[in-house]
Design a protein around this ligand. Structure first.
Ligand SMILES: [Zn+2]
Length: 201
């Protein structure tokens, strides 16, 4: 089927989003075409602001507003900079912050190692993590990647990289469902996993 160019472009753009195949992309595009004016307008404004009003923290790569260099956590002098909690994405930071039980700082990898998808160490914020540790002042690195295949592989890789830097390396304790996602863990489970973190041997 030949689609008019603007629809074709929208379908192609939507198809690039995770979890959206050609069928869903077409359905969404036609929904937006028929929808009241304010729905596509709100969406396009939100998309425009996403890149112009949000940026990544220069220190930990968490998200922050575009007028800051460092995020709220990195700028907060009451947070303990000797403990770094390493997570996959900013949503995980949000999960930990919601527990209100963690007073250290973060390092956001912006993904996990995944050879199948062609994602290697250089695609993640790993070099900057090692530099942060090398700079000194960090006592413990908590590897809080998801208990999934990619999360475990990433944690193992980081443990090896951190081994020679004289820092304590821990992994979140049991209680998290295997194959699960930190993002969906309830606050108590997350707090238990944090309290039960173990030395990575
Ligand atoms: Zn930060």
């Amino acid at each position: 089927m030949l689609l008019p160019e603007p629809i074709e472009q929208l379908v192609l753009a939507l198809e690039r989003l995770p979890g959206i195949g050609p069928k869903t992309a077409s359905r969404l595009a036609f929904f937006l075409l028929r929808a009241p004016e304010e729905i596509p307008k709100q969406l396009s404004e939100a998309l425009r602001d996403l890149k112009s009003k949000i940026r990544f923290c220069e220190e930990c790569f968490n998200i922050t507003s575009a007028d800051r260099e460092r995020c709220e956590v990195c700028d907060d002098p009451r947070r303990d900079g000797s403990i770094l909690c390493v997570v996959e994405d900013p949503l995980d930071v949000l999960s930990f912050e919601r527990t209100a039980g963690y007073r250290g700082r973060y390092h956001v990898l912006q993904g996990l190692l995944s050879p199948i998808d062609g994602i290697g160490p250089e695609d993640l914020k790993i070099r900057s993590l090692l530099l942060r540790v090398e700079r000194g002042g960090v006592r413990e690195v908590i590897l809080a990647t998801n208990p999934s295949m990619e999360g475990d592989a990433t944690a193992l890789y980081l443990r090896e990289q951190l081994a020679s830097l004289g820092v304590r390396v821990t992994r979140l304790g049991l209680g998290l469902p295997v194959g699960g996602d930190l993002e969906y863990a309830d606050q108590n489970t997350l707090l238990r996993a944090l309290a039960g973190r173990q030395e990575m041997s």
